[in-house]
Write a protein that binds this ligand. Structure first.
Ligand SMILES: *[C@@H]1O[C@H](CO)[C@@H](O)[C@H](O)[C@H]1NC(C)=O
Ligand SMILES: *[C@@H]1O[C@H](CO)[C@@H](O)[C@H](O)[C@H]1NC(C)=O
Length: 369
């Protein structure tokens, strides 16, 4: 018969396990961390904390988000990181600059992305105070130290090794740099094919640095069809066709990005980098919007002027009543519905879309190792 003293001791031990279990969950108990790097396609609100015009912190942004309030996401509702978080069964990681990103919340991951940035430091200079790629990587280093202080170096290493990473960058290096103004500095420096090579070699350096921090699974999206976004249609299209030069830029950049990623994997000896062919995913609904339930893939839901592609989406812009019928929410960014289609392809697309494998394959592989 157990004495009341040993029973009390047992209760105490269980209590300690519970307390520590809650404060510092073991690696097995913890969902996979998720880290996000890049531009406005994946920024979940970092720019709200910065003095910059590149923000989505006013209505009607967020009109279809659960709170129906703007959050800093460049979407009517969820963005791609939110939808990937839902697929892997975690909460959306908070923006790195959010004051709420402390304690437990750090272990979910973090979103380092910042609207307006590119691969290059000189991309998006008109937005002044944004978190450029090298700085996002520095912030990740700082994040890792904070997690080490919380759960110890060895657990922190495991957390980073087992994490999923998403990175989306490159479109702004064309739209907000090379093609921002006629005769831009970069366009005088490089013909387009040379500029693309330069971007790929700079991008490669960022990715090697990221790998050096210990991440082992990185989804890398290409650019969308840059010449077909409502903003470019409004500025450059005469007959409703996509802008040829921006389409040419995307057509050069995306395949070289994919080759660079596969080459990195060969050198590393492991499938760390996964190329997501977002251009092809977008092209599907641009060439046949009705097949995906859209009434248009050319006109933005929110905006003004031709294709609703001029200026910003604001409270006084045209706003469509049903966002699900539009591939584009604003002059540059897909609607939540379009984001859902893209994330379905990321999850279970064939090798045309996800090379060398899709996210469901990654999840299955990593669950057994
Ligand atoms: C970008 O800017 C940072 C800070 O000034 C600098 O450390 C880094 O070397 C720059 N990157 C390139 C490729 O010039
Ligand atoms: C992608 O995921 C599905 C499961 O949803 C799987 O059946 C398919 O074989 C995968 N494709 C590739 C190329 O990995």
């Amino acid at each position: 018969m157990a004495s009341s003293a040993s029973f009390a001791a047992l209760v105490m031990i269980l209590g300690l396990v519970l307390v520590f279990g809650v404060i510092v969950p073991g690696a097995e108990a913890r969902p996979r961390a998720f880290f996000v790097f890049g531009d406005s396609l994946v920024d979940s609100g970092n720019n709200n904390y910065l003095a910059t015009t590149a923000r989505a912190n006013a209505p009607p942004y967020g009109i279809d988000y659960p709170t129906h309030m703007p959050t800093g996401r460049f979407s009517n509702g969820y963005n791609i990181p939110d939808l990937i978080s839902q697929k892997i069964g975690t909460e959306s990681p908070l923006p790195y600059l959010s004051p709420q990103l402390t304690g437990e919340k750090l272990l979910i991951g973090a979103n380092f992305a910042s609207a307006g940035i590119g691969i290059l430091n000189d991309t998006g200079i008109q937005f002044v105070n944004i978190i450029r790629m090298y700085r996002q990587l520095e912030n990740f280093r700082e994040y890792r130290s904070r997690v080490e202080a919380l759960i110890g170096a060895s657990e922190a290493k495991t957390l980073v090794n087992q994490a999923l990473v998403l990175i989306t960058v490159g479109g702004n290096d064309f739209v907000n740099n090379y093609y921002l103004v006629p005769n831009s500095v970069r366009s005088q420096q490089y013909p387009l094919p040379e500029y693309v090579k330069f971007l790929i070699s700079e991008y490669r350096k960022h990715l090697k640095k990221l790998h050096g921090f210990g991440v082992r699974r990185v989804l890398v999206t290409g650019t969308g069809p840059l010449g077909c976004v409502p903003a470019e249609m409004a500025q450059r299209s005469t007959n409703g066709e996509c802008s040829a030069e921006l389409q040419e830029a995307a057509a050069l950049f995306n395949p070289q990005l994919e080759r660079m990623l596969l080459d990195l994997n060969r050198k590393i000896g492991s499938d760390v980098f996964i190329a997501a062919n977002t251009a092809q995913m977008h092209n599907n609904f641009i060439s046949n919007p009705e097949a995906f339930g859209f009434t248009t893939s050319k006109v933005a839901c929110c905006g003004q002027g031709p294709y609703n592609g001029i200026g910003l989406c604001t409270a006084i812009s045209n706003l469509c009543p049903n966002r699900d019928l539009y591939a584009f929410w604003d002059p540059f960014h897909p609607s939540e519905k379009a984001n859902r289609i893209i994330v379905e392809e990321i999850m279970s697309g064939s090798q045309t879309y996800m090379n060398p494998m899709n996210l469901s394959t990654i999840l299955a592989l990593d669950a057994t190792t």
